[in-house]
Design a protein around this ligand. Structure first.
Ligand SMILES: Cc1ncc(COP(=O)(O)O)c(C=O)c1O
Length: 390
C-alpha cells in the first residue's frame, strides 16, 4: 500500500487503501460492523488467520487499518492497533502484556488517568509501580526489581513539559531486558520517534494533535510486532477498538499533521518567548527555550519544541484562577492540541484533589499554567495572555 522510503509528508498523504470500482480520489468511509465471506471455506480460513481478512470491526476495519498503517510508517514501527481513546490504548497495552506479580517502573509525571491506573486499579491484580523523578533519570536503575517488566514514560510530560532522555531510557531498558513504552502524545510522530532511541512500543492519544481540531477521540499503540500481536489478541476479545468513523477522520487529519505541527510550534515558541519576558511570570518551560533544564536533550531528540508551553504565574493558586477568569480569546478546556489555543491551571482544576506535596512530586506548582498553543494569529493569542496577566 505504501512505501517506507517516501518522505513523512508523502506517507501521511499517500498511504491509502486500494481504490474501489468507483475510483474515488479520497478514501471512503467503511461504516460497517462486519464483513461477508464467499463460502464456508473462506470463512473458516479467515477465522483461522490463514488469510489477512476483515471479519468484524472490533478486530479490524479498512479505515482503522489505513490509520494504523500511516502511524506505523511515521513512527518507524512494525505493527499497531488503534483504540477508541488514548486511555484505552494505555490500559490495553499494559493489561495485555502484564501478569499478576509484575512490576512497572514509571516516570513520576505521567498523565493523571495513567497514574490512577497504576495506583488504583493495577494493584487489584497484584501489578505494582515504582516512580522515578523525571529530573533525576540517573536514579532509574535503583527502582528496577527482578519482577520489573515495563519501563514507562512520557516526553514531553503532561502538564509540566519535562523532557526525558529517550536514548538513556532505551539503554536502561535494553540492559535490564525491559519493555520500554513511551507515550508520544505531546510530540507526535512528526517531532519525535521514540523507536529510534530504543522504545519497543509507542502510544498516542490521537484525540490531541493527531486529530488537531478537537473533534474525535482516538488512541493507538505501535511498535514491535510480537508485542502488538499480544495487544491485538487482548483487544480483539475485550473490545476497545477505534470506530471506523473516527479512524477515517484521524487518517484524514494525518494528511495535514506536518504543516499543522510546524505552525503550532512556531506559534508556541513565540508565546514562550513573550512569557519569558513578562514581569508577572516567574518562569517558563518550553523544550526549545535555552532556559529549559533539558534543552540539550530536547534538541537532540525533538525536531521542534511542540505546542505546549507551561509557565509559573507569580502569586500561586489565586493568581492562576484570576488569570483564567480574565482570558477572553483562548478556551478554558481540558483538551489540548486543538487549532484553538487552550489554557488550564492544573492546581485549581485537574490536580486540585492532590496535596501540595503530591503536586510538587509531579512538577505541578500552584502557579503552573499550561497553554496549548493553537493556530490562530499568534499575536492575538499573545495579546489575550498579556491582558490576562496584567
Ligand atoms: C499524555 C497523554 N496520554 C494519554 C492521554 C489520554 O488520552 P484520551 O483522552 O484520548 O483517552 C492524554 C489525554 O490528555 C494525555 O495527555
Amino acid at each position: 500500500m505504501s512505501n517506507q522510503n517516501l518522505g513523512l509528508e508523502t506517507q501521511a498523504i499517500r498511504t491509502q487503501l486500494e481504490r474501489t470500482q468507483y475510483l474515488e480520489h479520497s478514501v471512503p468511509l467503511y461504516l460497517t460492523s462486519s464483513f461477508i465471506f464467499e463460502d464456508a471455506e473462506d470463512m473458516r480460513a479467515s477465522f483461522a488467520e490463514e488469510k489477512e481478512r476483515n471479519i468484524y470491526s472490533r478486530f479490524s476495519n479498512p479505515n482503522t487499518f489505513e490509520f494504523v498503517e500511516k502511524i506505523c510508517l511515521m513512527e518507524g514501527a512494525e505493527d499497531g492497533y488503534a483504540f477508541a481513546t488514548g486511555m484505552a490504548a494505555v490500559y490495553s497495552t499494559f493489561a495485555a502484556l502484564l501478569n499478576s506479580g509484575d512490576h512497572i517502573v514509571s516516570a513520576s509525571s505521567v498523565f493523571g488517568s495513567t497514574h490512577t491506573l497504576f495506583t488504583k486499579y493495577f494493584p487489584k491484580w497484584n501489578i505494582t509501580t515504582s516512580y522515578f523523578d523525571v529530573n533525576k533519570p540517573e536514579t532509574i536503575e535503583n527502582f528496577i526489581q527482578p519482577n520489573t517488566k515495563i519501563l514507562y514514560a512520557e516526553s514531553p510530560t503532561n502538564p509540566a513539559v519535562d523532557i526525558l532522555d529517550l536514548e538513556l531510557l532505551g539503554k536502561i531498558a535494553k540492559k535490564h531486558n525491559l519493555i520500554l513504552i513511551i507515550d508520544n502524545c505531546f510530540a507526535t510522530p512528526y517531532i519525535q520517534n521514540p523507536i529510534q532511541f530504543g522504545a519497543d512500543l509507542v502510544i498516542h492519544s490521537a484525540t490531541k494533535l493527531i486529530d488537531g481540531q478537537g473533534r474525535v477521540l482516538g488512541g493507538v499503540t505501535v511498535g514491535r510486532s510480537d508485542l502488538i500481536r499480544e495487544i491485538y489478541l487482548f483487544s480483539r476479545n475485550t473490545g476497545p477498538a477505534l470506530s471506523p468513523f473516527n479512524a477515517w477522520v484521524l487518517s484524514k487529519s494525518l494528511e495535514t499533521l506536518p504543516v499543522r505541527i510546524e505552525k503550532h510550534c512556531e506559534n508556541a515558541l513565540k508565546v514562550a518567548e513573550f512569557l519569558e519576558n513578562h514581569p508577572n511570570v516567574a518562569s517558563v518551560k518550553y523544550p526549545f527555550l535555552k532556559s529549559h533544564l533539558q534543552y540539550e536533550v530536547a534538541k537532540r531528540q525533538m525536531k521542534l519544541g511542540g505546542n505546549i508551553v507551561a509557565f509559573e504565574i507569580k502569586g500561586g493558586i489565586e493568581s492562576g484562577r484570576k488569570f483564567l477568569d480574565k482570558i477572553k480569546l483562548c478556551s478554558l478546556s481540558a483538551n489540548l492540541g486543538d487549532t484553538r489555543s487552550i489554557v488550564t491551571h492544573p492546581a485549581s482544576t485537574t490536580h486540585s484533589k492532590l496535596t501540595e506535596e503530591e503536586r510538587l512530586a509531579v512538577s505541578i506548582t500552584d502557579g503552573l499554567v499550561r497553554v496549548s498553543v493553537g493556530l490562530e494569529t499568534v499575536q492575538d493569542v499573545i495579546n489575550d495572555l498579556k491582558q490576562a496577566l496584567e
